[in-house]
Design a protein around this ligand. Structure first.
Ligand SMILES: [Zn+2]
Length: 304
């Protein structure tokens, strides 16, 4: 079912080094997944690779239950933000509200917050139940499917955001071309992905929380995501580090669970709330050192 990748999507390089024979640590997806690194540009990816359809079939049926949604009470969200993070992405500056697309928006919590600020908001979400929740619970305009299927007009959006969804996409180059098509000439893009050059990725290797095999077919770094963006005619403006407690606490829990068959969310460590707060602040120190687990790249059209 899966297919071999001969050429790197970032640099066209044909030499790869095997890194891990990785297992899914989060959802109980069976199997061993080979992760390689391109020797030309150091991009990390699954090889053999899946198509979007094949990958969709691997997600557990309750995958969406792991995601953030509207059921969280606003006061709980505020308390959580105050104590340990999830203040959201550091969005690029806009002088006024415009029209935006959140690609991989889930049920659209972020879209709802932008709508409150006067933005005209659109979402694309591959998970149908998440898209439906946003439509019914918040009246949001969320397309259930892929970006290509949504068929937005050309030069339509002032802002396209994709946070913690781009690493799930099996055809990142095609996705960037479509983002470029729907973006206005002076529009801005934000892509938030895990960072393979983070300290935790180096320390924990195949047990790193964000490796996410097989649902993350690609694992980027500030360098490789920038190279991919440039190849698809974007100009990288800024790299922001924005990590959470999961990279530290979650990776240790995965390591503790490495041979007991338990999922990443099972165990005393990951569910210890005071430790989450401590690890959140440790993650902020790593971010300041540009060694954090999560990066947000803002870019514009290169020839705008
Ligand atoms: Zn490469």
């Amino acid at each position: 079912m899966s297919h071999a990748v001969a050429k790197c999507v970032v640099c066209n390089g044909e030499n790869q080094k095997p890194l891990f024979a990785a297992r899914d640590r989060h959802y109980g997806i069976p199997g061993v997944f080979t992760i390689v690194r391109c020797e030309g540009c150091s991009l990390v990816f699954l090889n053999p690779m899946y198509s979007d359809m094949e990958l969709a079939g691997l997600y557990p049926s309750d995958y969406y239950a792991y995601q953030d949604n509207f059921k969280v009470a606003p006061w709980k969200r505020l308390l959580k933000n105050a104590l340990c993070g999830r203040v959201g992405t550091k969005d690029p500056y806009f002088s006024k509200a415009g029209r935006m697309l959140d690609l991989g928006c889930g049920s659209g919590w972020f879209l709802a917050s932008k709508r409150d600020l006067g933005w005209e908001t659109f979402g694309v979400e591959i998970n149908e139940s998440a898209a439906q929740l946003g439509q019914t619970a918040a009246g949001l305009n969320i397309y259930a499917g892929t970006l290509a299927e949504a068929q937005f007009p050309a030069s339509y959006f002032d802002y396209v955001r994709s946070n913690h969804s781009f690493e799930h996409m099996t055809q990142p180059g095609d996705t960037l071309d479509e983002i470029r098509r729907v973006l206005k000439p002076d529009g801005k893009v934000l892509i938030g992905v895990p960072n393979f050059e983070s300290l935790n990725a180096k320390l924990f290797g195949q047990y790193w929380w964000y490796l996410g095999a097989p649902v993350h077919p690609f694992t980027y770094s500030a360098k490789t995501i920038a190279q991919l963006l440039e190849r698809h005619r974007f100009h990288v403006e800024h790299v922001n580090y924005n990590s959470d407690w999961g990279g530290i606490l979650g990776s240790v829990q995965i390591w503790l669970n490495r041979s007991n068959g338990r999922k990443s969310t099972e165990g005393w460590l990951i569910n210890n709330r005071p430790l989450r707060v401590v690890c959140y602040w440790a993650a902020k120190v790593l971010d300041a050192l540009r060694l954090g687990d999560a990066i947000e790249i803002t870019a514009t059209k290169a020839d705008a």
